[in-house]
Ligand binder design. Structure first.
Ligand SMILES: *Cc1c(COP(=O)(O)O)cnc(C)c1O
Length: 338
């Protein structure tokens, strides 16, 4: 695409050609519509506006070394959106409709997929909202499923550098039997104050502990957390952690590299024992964590030399990136190759 400076893209919205939509009306999903319109028109009493019937997904398409386009693990995003919709009592697109919409929007915006070698990719944002009018608190009878794309730059402009994190004991993102495990906008609204609290003190991200006991690690901002110790990849298991597809993929790669994988409650005191730490998600794959500050005790936990990513984090990052860009074989069948 003329006029796009691929090497200097950030993580923001850039207008592309088309988006795709389907409406649930009269008990069925209507055929997918392809449109250049960036706006949506919905009823003022739509349940997404008043009662938070909203779920979303985030995934990426990559222009590979061989020129082919690869979409990473869209089937897992489809399954997760179905789980999110179930919890919010929304009608969900089935896996077939979800994948069809994703493939359509990516192929119809082919000129917006950044070239190989720029480190950039095409971010894909599926959105599901209750559009039916309701004033009483109950699920809508109409839904809109929409998918748009936008090219995004490499997360790391200045290299794969560790971030500084602060533990937030003042705010909770999610409760143990609440919505933390599903990808819904309400969780994000609930994390904005906390994020600002952390940035205001000079940290890139906040760490959430379990809301009940404040004893176990949940997540790092809107990313999962892992630590490496004695040949083990250790990541929190908690009812208020969002099951990250990146983390799921890293666990598989870690196991195949010979690391022991432990998915279990991780006591915050274990921070003192990790050789490496990282946060993971679609946006960056891995953000190495250099240090975690606990304002309660005044202790700063550091990992490795805290200015360079540890060797396992680098290896895991390169393995996943390599599969996404078609530089390495994909023995797991994770990519949809267009
Ligand atoms: C989306 C998200 C993640 C990362 O999930 P991926 O599937 O790896 O992108 C982690 N935590 C939260 C709270 C999220 O919403």
């Amino acid at each position: 695409m003329d006029g796009i400076d691929w090497g200097n893209l950030g993580f923001g919205y850039l207008k592309t050609g088309v988006n795709v939509r389907s409406y649930w009306r009269n008990g069925r999903w209507e055929p997918l519509e392809v449109t250049g319109d960036e706006n949506i028109t919905i009823h003022m009493a739509a349940t997404c506006l008043h009662y938070g019937q909203e779920a979303f997904e985030g995934l990426k398409a990559f222009r590979g070394k061989d020129g082919k386009v690869r979409i990473f693990r869209a089937d897992e995003n489809a399954k997760r959106m179905i789980r999110s919709a179930e919890y919010l009592r929304m009608q969900a697109p089935d896996e077939e409709l979800f994948i069809d919409a994703v493939k359509t929007v990516v192929s119809r915006n082919e000129e917006f997929i950044p070239p190989y070698g720029t480190g950039a990719s095409l971010y894909i944002r599926p959105l599901l909202i209750g559009t039916g009018a309701q004033v009483g608190v109950k699920p809508a009878d109409e839904y809109m499923f929409l998918v748009f794309v936008t090219p995004v730059g490499p997360y790391y402009k200045s290299g794969f550098n560790p971030i500084r994190v602060i533990i937030d004991r003042e705010h909770d993102r999610a409760a143990p039997h609440g919505t933390g495990h599903v990808k819904v906008g309400g969780n994000y609204a609930a994390s904005l104050l906390s994020g600002d609290w952390g940035y205001g003190q000079g940290y890139s991200s906040v760490m959430y502990l379990d809301a009940k006991e404040k004893k176990y690690i949940d997540e790092c901002g809107a990313a999962n957390f892992y630590g490496i110790r004695d040949g083990a990849y250790i990541t929190p298991k908690s009812s208020s952690v969002l099951p990250s597809i990146t983390n799921m993929s890293l666990r598989r790669l870690a196991a195949d590299m010979g690391l022991r994988v432990e998915e279990r409650p991780v006591d915050v005191a274990e921070l003192a024992t990790f050789e490496e730490a990282g946060s993971c998600g679609t946006a960056a794959v891995i953000s190495p964590v250099g240090s975690v500050y606990d304002p309660d005790s005044g202790v700063t936990y550091t990992f490795g030399d805290s200015t360079h990513a540890g060797p396992w984090s680098v290896k895991l990052y390169e393995a996943l990136r390599g599969i996404q860009y078609g530089e390495r074989e994909d023995p797991y069948g994770w990519n949809i190759v267009l």
